[in-house]
Design a protein around this ligand. Structure first.
Ligand SMILES: N[C@@H](CCC(=O)N[C@@H](CS)C(=O)NCC(=O)O)C(=O)O
Length: 219
């Protein structure tokens, strides 16, 4: 538990796409916090007490421990409503939450899966990359994701309701891991999504985080 008067703590590793989601939301809302770098694998019991699945991120604020990025973002949105990261209109709000879910379960699993094979396995676990898994992600799964996102975005600037939201944060976070894995979107085949990701990553709340995290590329 953090002592009264102390800042809330974000436990996690900056390289995690789920931790990055929370960092961008915190930056956008201008919330101060302490940052404790924590990797999930082989985490100490003190961390597992806070995050029973031993996953990152975990947000600690007084007695409250929130060990899931979507739960943290929901909490932050209620606790610090302005500036908003969810549309006020119920249908748009639900649509933004759908894209957060799709990002976490499909986009991140696929793109960060490539990152896991190409970066985490060789550098952290000293294991070989499973090239068949990478090939399947890149050539069988990813095209459907980019086609769906292209159709969903249309000619809009942001994914939902004409405003920056949790949807944009969640959908674009794993592209940093994709870049660290040495991959990028084929901008000729998916120009809409290539420019969308670049545009979101260039926002003032996002750009310093992307720049810092891309330094993982050079080790
Ligand atoms: N649903 C969770 C997923 C978090 C997650 O899977 N984090 C990864 C790191 S990117 C992790 O902690 N993995 C450790 C494990 O699965 O054992 C969230 O949104 O926070």
């Amino acid at each position: 538990m953090n002592a009264p008067g102390n800042l809330p703590v974000l436990h996690g590793s900056n390289i995690s796409p789920f931790v990055r989601k929370v960092r961008v939301a915190l930056a956008y809302k201008g919330i101060e916090y302490d940052d404790v770098q924590q990797i999930p694998f082989g985490a100490p019991p003190e961390f597992v007490e806070k995050s029973p699945l031993s996953k990152i991120p975990c947000w600690e604020e007084g007695d409250l421990n929130l060990p899931d990025s979507s739960v943290i973002l929901s909490y932050l949105e209620h606790r610090y409503p302005s500036p908003a990261l969810l549309p006020a209109e119920p249908g748009q709000r639900a649509r933004a939450l759908w894209f957060e879910e799709y990002a976490d379960t499909m986009v991140t699993v696929t793109l960060a899966g490539v990152f896991f094979e190409r970066f985490v396995k060789p550098t952290i676990f000293k294991q070989e990359t499973n090239e068949a898994a990478v090939d399947k992600a890149l050539n069988e799964v990813m095209p459907g994701i980019f086609d769906y996102l292209t159709d969903s975005l249309g000619t809009d600037e942001y994914m939902v309701g004409g405003e920056f939201s949790i949807a944009d944060i969640s959908l674009t976070s794993p592209f940093v891991n994709f870049a660290i894995a040495g991959e990028s979107i084929d901008a000729e085949r998916w120009p809409t999504i290539a420019s969308y990701v670049t545009r979101i990553h260039e926002l003032p709340c996002y750009a310093p985080i992307v720049a810092g995290d891309l330094s993982f590329r050079s080790g």
